[in-house]
Design a protein around this ligand. Structure first.
Ligand SMILES: *Cc1c(COP(=O)(O)O)cnc(C)c1O
Length: 344
């Protein structure tokens, strides 16, 4: 099987497993796991931020950040495509008792002008604008990357209104590699950043929330409330640390393969359009009457896994366990797959 459903499907490599097996561990709820502490320090330093918190998932790091920055009755400014809005089980409402102001960004990327226009006046009728949250790369937008200048402009609007600024950076390293940007520039811009270790970096589990000391202290308490306090999880942190130290630069290979994949897919008559991939996500929309479920099933019959991604779209994601040989196999199979889809 060539599994392109997500970059979360990767298995730890032998050197990563070795790092995990050799991890020094302790009870992290007692603050006694040296490997988790090493990971948190390493990531905080990488971004020039004060502190970090290791969590089981990116959903948890995002949800903790939202809880942290808001009060019940607040409103979160985010895009209609945002992971925090679409793919976290309604967590903004459940965990933070907040509503959302949904932006209609281009490929999920909204602007400083959009934010400025969405901030609420001080009026008892309105929710209180409490947080601006962006996603980079933007999953639903085909792995699109923000221009750093736009993020800086959004930060200025946040500053004018004293509103905190959170980044869902589940795939931030893909953006940094694609745009040749530095983690510290992001560390300076945001109050909190969530990064995933279990996607492009190839770790089996884990995400980090980065921020100021006081924020991370409060985040640790919220993590406990959510049931995310883990014990000898240094085995998992070792994998994340290994990923941060070894698997960032290689994301460029995933991006190259995604572009080649998009080129090949665009030759299929059943495909209407492909969002030109900036990073490792390829979203292709099908001509009607072809449906995502039908196309996915045909791909599966040819040992290729993808996911339906909207009413007319299918998504492929490149990753650490997808190499040039598999790309070649993928491309070679496309004419037959194409024919099978056309024949219904
Ligand atoms: C994967 C992802 C997350 C976190 O997902 P988990 O599966 O909970 O780790 C958050 N935001 C985006 C954009 C993602 O793609």
């Amino acid at each position: 099987m060539i599994d392109l459903r997500s970059d979360t499907v990767t298995r730890p490599t032998q050197p990563m497993l070795t790092a995990m097996m050799n991890a020094e561990i302790g009870d992290d709820v007692f603050n006694e796991d040296p490997t988790i502490q090493a990971l948190e320090h390493y990531a905080a330093n990488l971004f020039g931020m004060e502190a970090a918190l290791f969590c089981p998932s990116g959903t948890m790091t995002n949800q903790i950040a939202i809880r942290l920055h808001t009060r019940p009755g607040g409103e979160v400014i985010c895009d209609r495509y945002a992971h925090i809005y679409n793919y976290e089980g309604g967590g903004i409402a459940v965990n933070a008792l907040c509503s959302v102001s949904l932006q209609q960004g281009e490929r999920g990327l909204f602007t400083a002008a959009d934010v400025a226009a969405s901030i609420r006046r001080d009026d008892v009728h309105h929710p209180v604008t409490s947080l601006v949250a962006v996603e980079n790369t933007m999953n639903r937008g085909g792995g699109a990357c923000y221009d750093f200048s736009e993020l800086t402009a959004i930060r200025e609007v946040c500053n004018q209104h004293e509103i905190p600024f959170h980044l869902d950076g589940a795939r931030l390293f893909n953006a940094l590699i694609a745009k040749n940007e530095q983690p510290k520039d992001y560390g300076r811009l945001f109050d909190t950043i969530s990064i995933c270790l279990s996607k492009g970096l190839g770790a089996p589990v884990g995400s980090l929330l980065l921020g100021k000391q006081e924020h991370i202290k409060a985040a640790r308490r919220i993590r406990k409330v959510m049931g995310g306090g883990m014990r000898q999880a240094g085995f998992l942190a070792a994998a994340g640390l290994y990923g941060l130290q070894h698997n960032i630069e290689r994301l460029a290979d995933d991006h190259r393969r995604a572009r080649l994949m998009a080129d090949a897919l665009s030759d299929m008559p059943c495909i209407d359009a492909i969002i030109p991939p900036e990073t490792n996500i390829v979203i292709a929309s099908l001509k009607k009457p072809f449906t995502p479920d039908q196309a996915i099933n045909v791909f599966k019959a040819f040992d290729i896994l993808a996911v339906p991604f909207g009413s007319q779209e299918i998504r492929f994601v490149t990753h650490l366990d997808f190499d040039d040989n598999q790309l070649e196999t993928f491309i070679q199979k496309l004419p037959d797959i194409s024919q099978a889809i056309e024949q219904g």
